[in-house]
Design a protein around this ligand. Structure first.
Ligand SMILES: NC(=O)c1ccc[n+]([C@@H]2O[C@H](COP(=O)([O-])OP(=O)(O)OC[C@H]3O[C@@H](n4cnc5c(N)ncnc54)[C@H](OP(=O)(O)O)[C@@H]3O)[C@@H](O)[C@H]2O)c1
Length: 319
């Protein structure tokens, strides 16, 4: 039987890719913020009861890490209360939940990749609200998959890749943080891995019983690790091979030439932000590989794919 899937956040980096991929798994219903406002628990209950999905995929979140420091109530409502209500409603319906969380649930004190069972200790409001969301889903007892991902970028939305491309048209020199280590992960890889995993789970039998077997928290990021500074260098290197007249690239650069000649490594202390970020937040993906046989490529390969695939797609559309 075809599954009915409810997707939130279809306008986001990960959500927009899921919106393209999930229809192959079932009947997708993807209300936007006007139809389903996650700040309003009654709206959530009403929409879920009306749609009666077998699966809820929550790709929506309050992701403005610095803004969250001064806007805790809204960040908590979207990142903690809304997932709790989605999970409670799913549980009542006998449905399952897929949810995304973040490397920022960790404090960054470790020097080797974090495992799922490592104690979380968020150092920002965003991280705290995301951890509260994870805990709320678990405590409902609903069958769930929580995927912790990291340093997400896409060719749309607000992210480091697009910010660097824009700044690179404006400044000859960029000063970028060198002492925070993580794994930049392309939104399409996250959505692709999620879809592959869900296809496996759905094939097994009924969604809820299959979900119950694998229910839990998994790290889902690019392999490898880098710093923001080396990520910026890699972006500019890749950009130098990218022909102009690719719509997303032109949108990011405003059609201007890249002017940056030097990237100067600086410390996080030299670049103060409202929210503290972990110095080290690489996540081990071993459990994901063991459980589902799904391994994401390393961050550099993902970035190359992102540039190439978007260029190919744009050229095809232009033909
Ligand atoms: N971005 C990162 O670097 C990063 C890193 C680690 C983990 N994650 C996690 O990965 C997941 C996906 O992140 P992303 O980067 O794809 O997020 P994103 O691009 O910021 O998109 C967030 C989505 O949530 C929706 N949303 C926000 N508030 C809402 C509300 N009150 N009601 C309904 N919808 C609302 C937004 O709607 P509009 O389109 O209307 O704004 C948008 O579609 C999230 O769980 C995030 O915490 C992200």
């Amino acid at each position: 039987m075809k599954q009915k899937i409810l997707l939130t956040g279809k306008g986001g980096q990960v959500g927009s890719e899921l919106y393209r991929l999930l229809p192959r798994l079932g009947d997708l219903v993807a209300p936007d913020r006007r139809e389903l406002d996650l700040l309003d628990p009654d709206s959530i209950r009403r929409v879920v009861r009306n749609i009666r999905p077998q699966l809820i995929v929550n790709a929506a979140a309050y992701t403005a890490v610095d803004a969250a420091e001064g806007d805790e109530a809204n960040a908590y409502a979207v990142n903690a209360i809304a997932p709790a209500v989605l999970a409670e409603e799913a549980k009542k319906l006998g449905a399952a939940v897929v949810h995304y969380s973040t490397d920022y649930v960790f404090d960054g004190a470790k020097a080797e990749p974090y495992e799922e069972m490592d104690p979380a200790n968020p150092i920002s409001v965003y991280g705290k609200t995301k951890l509260a969301g994870e805990q709320a889903i678990r405590s409902t007892g609903v069958p769930h998959l929580i995927f912790r991902t990291a340093w997400v970028y896409a060719t749309r939305g607000r992210n480091f890749l697009l910010t660097i491309l824009r700044l690179a048209t404006e400044k000859e020199e960029l000063r970028i943080v060198r002492d925070q280590i993580g794994a930049p992960t392309w939104s399409l890889e996250i959505a692709g891995a999620t879809t592959k995993i869900l296809a496996q789970v759905i094939e097994r039998s009924s969604v809820t019983s299959a979900f119950s077997e694998v229910s839990g928290t998994y790290h889902l990021t690019a392999a490898g690790e880098t710093t923001w500074c080396d990520f910026a260098r890699a972006i500019l290197e890749e950009a130098s091979h990218t022909p102009q007249s690719i719509p997303w690239f032109d949108a990011a650069t405003g059609g201007r030439r890249l002017a940056t000649r030097h990237i100067i490594p600086i410390t996080a202390q030299e670049y103060p932000t409202a929210a503290a970020r972990p110095a080290y937040s690489v996540l081990s993906n071993s459990l994901l590989v063991q459980t589902f046989g799904v391994a994401l490529p390393d961050w550099r390969t993902q970035m190359q794919r992102c540039f190439i695939s978007e260029s190919i797609a744009a050229n095809l559309l232009a033909e």
